[in-house]
Write a protein that binds this ligand. Structure first.
Ligand SMILES: C[C@@H]1O[C@@H](Oc2ccc([N+](=O)[O-])cc2)[C@@H](O)[C@H](O)[C@@H]1O
Length: 417
């Protein structure tokens, strides 16, 4: 069994991954919570199962796009809250191999991403709105939560737990080495030992000793004596924690912000409110500058295509990463006050100044210990002039970057190493 630090090392170096929310909900195309939001019955939702046939699904293209964007790993929905399984589980018929697709969509994903040299992970929903033994009436989110006809429906939750543990065992036995298990999510008393989380994590680690697990099994990852199922990394959602994430003793803990490119995880045809490449590149820099990762989401459509807008944005991000990835991979918090003009990331004795605002005149670097040996524009390796202005003694310990032009070479983020 590898230690927590050994397990998490690749992850904190990788910094940038692809989240993939895909399933039957791509057909109604109103997001992955459509069944709950619209209180759709299993019967209402069945037509999507009977027609699901993503003829253009080619995960090799998805993997190539992730690689081109500079991503180092991916996490894909093996099962989301609607209970539909994208993998060939022997424990249910509610799976992709029984739809017109007739394919194990997860097996193809794992092989394609691995062949591109990317680490692979599974998102697995603890909630299940299809399984008859998952509590429905009175549940906080279940589509039938206030359907009177379900008031007296009996369910044997221990049978659901057996099913859920069985599926996790399948996923971590039948698909080779899996790098991340992304469970989702705990709420109310649907948490911790209600999932038999200790037994579950022991099984997961015995099947995949190097795997890392998120923090949504209901434990407290910030506790100094945390549960065995507290997780290996924190998973802030749709937010970059202002001060990063630390435990109760103030020690930084690994974290990964998961973020949508528009406002939905699953494909939502009408949601064109996409963030710009500039916003997302600066969000990645902010995550790394605060000791965290960015897991950026795509929601493929019912044909198995990543939306054009997402492809264009990831391609633009890839152009910046191809020149500046060194200021992201293996980097972390520089321990310097945030500069007005941008942010810092750091790796060993290399400090990366991420300049977002050109301002005028020289750019002040304050608070660094030690002497600057050399400064280079990361994108092209060109020399950057570092000198103290004639009246530097007025400016404390500041040293100054003198960019040749009044415009930033890269308006999104000009990186000086
Ligand atoms: C990554 C996302 O994770 C969950 O979203 C949540 C989970 C927990 C909370 N929460 O505890 O407030 C809110 C949204 C899912 O419901 C959602 O569909 C998506 O998969």
């Amino acid at each position: 069994m590898s230690t927590a630090n050994e397990r998490i090392e690749w992850f904190v170096k990788a910094r940038f991954g692809m989240f993939i929310h895909w399933g039957l909900y791509a057909i109604p195309a109103r997001g992955e919570w459509v069944r709950s939001h619209e209180k759709l019955s299993i019967e209402d939702y069945q037509p999507f199962f009977e027609e699901f046939n993503p003829v253009n699904y080619n995960p090799k293209e998805w993997a190539a796009l992730a690689k081109k964007a500079g991503m180092k790993y991916a996490v894909m929905t093996a099962k989301h809250h609607d209970g539909f399984c994208l993998f060939d589980s022997k424990l249910t018929d509610y799976k992709a191999t029984n739809t017109p697709a007739g394919r194990d969509l997860i097996r193809e994903y794992v092989e394609a991403f691995r062949n591109e040299g990317l680490k692979v992970g599974f998102y697995y929903s603890l909630l299940d709105w299809h399984h008859p033994d998952y509590p429905a009436y009175g549940d906080s989110f279940h589509p039938m939560r206030d359907n009177e006809a379900w008031k007296d429906k009996k369910h044997d939750f221990s049978r659901y737990i057996e099913y859920m543990h069985g599926q996790v065992r399948e996923l971590l036995t039948n698909y080779g080495k899996i790098d991340i298990m992304w469970f989702d999510f705990s709420y109310g008393n649907m948490s911790g030992e209600t999932w038999k989380a200790t037994e579950l994590v022991k099984m997961v680690r015995s099947l995949q000793p190097h795997i890392i697990i998120d923090d949504r099994l209901g434990g407290n990852i910030r506790s100094v004596n945390k549960e065995i199922y507290a997780g290996d990394f924190a998973s802030p959602e749709q937010i970059i924690p202002p001060e990063g994430v630390v435990d109760e003793a103030g020690n930084p803990i690994p974290w990964e912000a998961c973020i949508t490119m528009n406002n939905h995880w699953g494909y939502a045809a009408a949601d064109k409110d996409f963030k710009s490449p500039k916003q997302l590149i600066r969000a990645l820099v902010e995550c790394v500058s605060k000791g965290g990762n960015l897991l950026l989401n795509v929601g493929p459509n019912a044909k198995g295509e990543i939306p054009e807008e997402s492809v264009e944005i990831l391609t633009e991000i890839g152009k910046w990463m191809s020149k500046n990835g060194e200021s992201i991979y293996g980097c972390g918090n520089a321990g310097l006050p945030k500069p007005e003009w941008g942010r810092y990331t750091k790796k060993g004795n290399k400090l990366y100044a991420h300049i977002f605002e050109r301002g005028i005149g020289p750019i002040a670097i304050q608070g660094i210990k030690g002497k600057v040996k050399r400064a280079r524009l990361l994108a092209d390796g060109s020399e950057v002039n570092i000198q103290k202005p004639w009246n530097a003694h007025h400016y404390g310990d500041a040293i100054f970057i003198n960019l040749r032009s009044s415009k930033l070479p890269d308006e999104i983020d000009t990186v000086v190493e």
